[in-house]
Write a protein that binds this ligand. Structure first.
Ligand code: GLA
Length: 831
């Protein structure tokens, strides 16, 4: 709900409230963000109130008291200044006590005494850079219009409330519109800003961020996610002190270097307790986030398009939109924040047919064959895939032009007839005949210099003519700031997508921007190229996803180099990382999980030794990690051992049984490999923080829960573990079981001789024979429990292998081990 009272704005969600006001001098002052409060009580203006909230006051006396209370509460919360402090500046002659630098603000531009991060920088009339945006008016309404140039959140139910505050710098003749959208159901407030040039001459916008807010207090800890190729979403924990902490991307994509999602927490915040404020940006290009602690106890947070390399020529009458930024507050720790954001992404970002539809289990050909395949190899792989329960066969890179490596053919989207004599159509037919859906890989934004497209249209590429180009994977970027190139891409991809029965598309993007010069734009607009590229890309994605609503699109950019809410407005899932090593993935996916739900995270089981790390992890662990995303397989199943194929078949069957919970249930984190619970290091001798990772996934109706317990290193002579389920109905009766497994004796090495009647030499023929016929029973767990007992008391799990003996009462738990547990409500049984 949004209420306004005496130019003070109260934005409330289910559990939170956000307050700011226009000061008498017209500057916007940030007042409060935190747990829900009722600031105006019955005095709040009915303007914009939702149904039922507009209570009429009974009599004059009550009204007088309500007004007194509201006035007193607003006054209590706002900042007091009797004298401008120290050498800070006072804003104007009328109020010499007021210094913008001292105050918590809601919007601030450079040049009027606030020396912190500005929201806007403009070279305006006569080259003047000073900006002074003051309150002019506001409007409260219901519903949200789509952006003209960018993707944004939406509300199918039409219940989202909007507050538009108009600020004006009348000297510069600039209007700044601040938008707030309140998603009550998931405790999210999103924001954006639009700048309009109302003057008679053009201005140059050097910075226009999406939002600015000054949080109370200066003791926040920034939690950010940085990385590189195959090392996405590495968790950082930065206690903020004086100065700035900046996250940004200048790769041209939202990037694996610094994801635009981040959050702030307090020292005592944990996964389940304490204060947490999360931020997202609905944008896939260069972004910028700064957290700045000032000397007066405030923490400024800003986010938006990266001003580095950006400038925008704004003609009279033109407007510039900024990407939508998302905020959520949680008093229930990081899991509380994630709950809000997961619900927001699922309900208000992802759209289309696949929004709530279960995603198929796919097999991707990349790590199976790379570029080296032909139709008969693909068909054999597909046949094996079908036999283990795969539903969708995806042909990755290498099917077009003369592409046998990464040096040529991007841009030439016609089938390589040597590899695929019947083309995509012929292959799709054969794959479909096996009962599998068919999907392809494309990289539509790119072109190789060695391609017919580049030879025909060198002017369609981002490069500086005549100047040596910085290379990346031998490819260049198409100039999507040029509408002709956008149209070409839409037409070309439409042709490809309708050339065969294609039900899935992996849309890749594999290089960092360099030499970003557009031959289609004039000199004064070259600072717009990278942002115009994004707008062009969004246009292409919008038109293609609308033209092909049945296709499941998966975003990708060298793995997770463009994992953000902008992409998710069009594609319901994104390939999270080219790193398929289970241990790395456990950390990478845990990182994504803070801000993104599992239904948007592509995750595959691959072969071992792993192609990125050469590490060998158990197949069970690879599955346990990948099933907490959208599960796929990416390995040469033709070469897989029979016992692995059998295991994969059982995994896929299990996944299908639990798919609705695993893809759309509530994902909760327990302990994690990054040890974020208590910050202790990892030890090979102690099962402390960092050695175990716990993931829980609970169905919406709280009747089913899927739990994975992952381990980094085996600890000898270890202690028991008490596993507590999450978010169940305390009153219900549940069955707690584990995944029953059988183990290969070879996993016990020459310990086999402690029980074998004759000596068995390791890896001998005899050892292999024994291994073939003798399987060791794993432990079983089976309990009937009330929800409260299961959540609060927990299950004391069977003893892990500790070096003193093994039987079916012992948990086989080697390095990189994983165990899966299931909780299911007993039909209609209440305690
Ligand atoms: C990128 C992707 C991979 C694969 C290759 C193909 O690296 O992230 O998954 O599709 O391209 O060239």
């Amino acid at each position: 709900m949004i209420r306004e009272w005496k130019r003070c704005f109260e934005l409330s969600t289910k559990d939170t409230t956000y307050v700011f006001r226009a000061r008498p001098n017209g500057l916007l002052e940030h007042v409060y963000y935190g747990e829900k409060i009722d600031l105006f009580g019955k005095a709040g203006s009915p303007e914009g109130l939702t149904e039922g909230a507009s209570e009429k006051l009974a009599d004059g006396q009550a009204e007088e008291f309500a007004v007194k209370l509201a006035e007193s509460q607003v006054e209590a919360l706002t900042e007091k200044q009797a004298f401008a402090p120290g050498n800070s500046l006072c804003y104007d002659q009328e109020d010499k006590s007021f210094s913008p630098e001292y105050c918590a603000l809601e919007c601030s531009a450079a040049g009027k005494g606030d020396v912190r991060e500005p929201m806007a920088e403009v070279i305006g009339k006569d080259g003047v850079r000073t900006l002074d945006f003051v309150y002019e008016s506001h409007e409260i309404s219901t519903g949200k219009q789509p952006f003209q140039t960018l993707p944004g959140s939406y509300d199918e139910a039409g219940k989202v409330q909007q507050l538009k505050v108009i600020l004006r710098d009348s000297w510069q003749q600039l209007k700044l519109e601040l938008y707030y959208w309140v998603y009550e159901d998931c405790n999210v407030i999103s924001r954006s800003a639009v700048l309009v040039n109302e003057g008679g001459s053009p201005v140059t916008v050097e910075r226009l961020l999406s939002f600015l807010t000054d949080l109370d207090e200066d003791d926040w800890i920034a939690r950010s996610f940085t990385g590189a190729w195959t090392r996405e979403m590495h968790e950082n924990r930065i206690p903020l002190t004086g100065g700035k902490y900046v996250l940004s991307s200048s790769t041209g994509t939202s990037s694996n270097r610094a994801n635009p999602f981040f959050f702030l927490e307090k020292r005592d915040t944990s996964e389940d307790h304490g204060t947490c404020v999360g931020f997202h940006l609905i944008y896939s290009g260069n972004h910028y986030e700064a957290m700045e602690v000032n000397p007066y106890g405030k923490t400024r947070v800003v986010s938006g398009i990266n001003p580095q390399g950006f400038s925008w020529h704004l003609e009279p009458g033109e407007r510039l939109e900024t990407p939508e930024a998302v905020m959520t507050f949680s008093a229930a720790g990081r899991n509380g924040m994630s709950k809000n954001l997961h619900a927001f992404v699922r309900e208000h970002i992802v759209r289309g047919k696949w929004k709530k539809k279960e995603r198929p289990v796919l097999l991707n050909s990349w790590e199976a064959f790379y570029f080296d395949f032909n139709e008969s190899k693909l068909l054999k792989l597909a046949e094996t895939a079908k036999s283990v329960g795969i539903e969708l066969f995806v042909l990755d890179d290498g099917w077009f032009g003369k592409r046998d490596d990464d040096t040529s053919s991007l841009g030439d989207w016609t089938e390589n007839k040597k590899k695929l004599p019947g083309g995509l159509k012929g292959l799709a037919k054969k794959i479909n005949a096996m009962g599998l859906d068919f999907g392809i890989w494309v990289e539509p934004e790119m072109v190789n210099v060695d391609s017919d497209l580049y030879r025909a249209h060198p002017e369609w590429v981002l490069e500086v003519p005549g100047k040596a180009h910085s290379e990346g994977r031998n490819q260049r970027i198409l100039d999507l700031s040029n509408p002709d190139v956008q149209q070409y891409m839409i037409d070309e991809m439409s042709r490809v997508f309708s050339s065969a029965n294609i039900s899935y598309v992996k849309w890749d993007m594999n290089r960092v921007f360099s030499d970003a010069y557009s031959q289609a734009l004039p000199k004064e607009r070259q600072g717009e190229v990278v942002h115009r590229y994004q707008m062009g890309l969004y246009r292409c994605m919008k038109e293609l996803t609308e033209a092909f609503p049945e296709i499941l699109f998966e975003g990708c950019a060298s793995g997770g180099n463009r994992f953000d809410l902008g992409i998710l407005c069009y594609f319901p899932q994104i390939w999270a990382s080219d790193d398929t090593d289970a241990l790395c993935r456990a950390e990478i996916q845990n990182g994504y999980g803070y801000g993104y739900p599992q239904s948007v995270i592509g995750a595959h089981v691959s072969s071992c030794p792993n192609h990125q790390t050469l590490r060998v992890t158990p197949l069970e662990t690879r599955f346990a990690v990948a099933c907490f995303g959208v599960l796929g397989y990416e390995l040469n199943l033709i070469d897989a051992k029979k016992e692995d194929l059998e295991a994969i078949k059982v995994q896929i069957a299990l996944y299908k049984e639990w798919r609705s919970v695993l893809q759309f249930g509530r994902w909760i984190r327990g302990k994690s490999f990054t040890g974020s619970q208590d910050g202790h290091g990892v030890s090979n001798l102690w099962d402390g923080a960092g050695n175990l990772q716990e993931w829980y996934c609970v169905s919406e109706d709280r009747t089913r829960e899927f739990i994975a317990l992952l381990q980094r290193f085996a600890i000898p002579n270890s202690h028991s573990i008490r596993l507590r389920a999450r978010a169940l109905d305390p009153e219900r009766i549940y069955q707690f079981t584990n995944r029953e497994l059988k183990y290969n004796v070879k996993g016990f090495g020459d310990l086999v001789n402690t029980v074998a009647p004759i000596h068995v030499k390791q890896d001998s023929l005899l050892h292999n024979m024994v291994a073939k016929f003798v399987k060791l029973d794993g432990e079983t767990e089976n309990y009937l429990l009330r929800g409260d007992v299961l959540m609060r008391g927990g299950v004391n799990l069977k003893q892990p292998f500790g070096g003193t003996g093994y039987n079916d009462q012992v948990r086989y738990y080697p390095d990189f081990g994983a165990r899966l547990y299931f909780v299911e409500a007993q039909e209609n049984k209440e305690a």
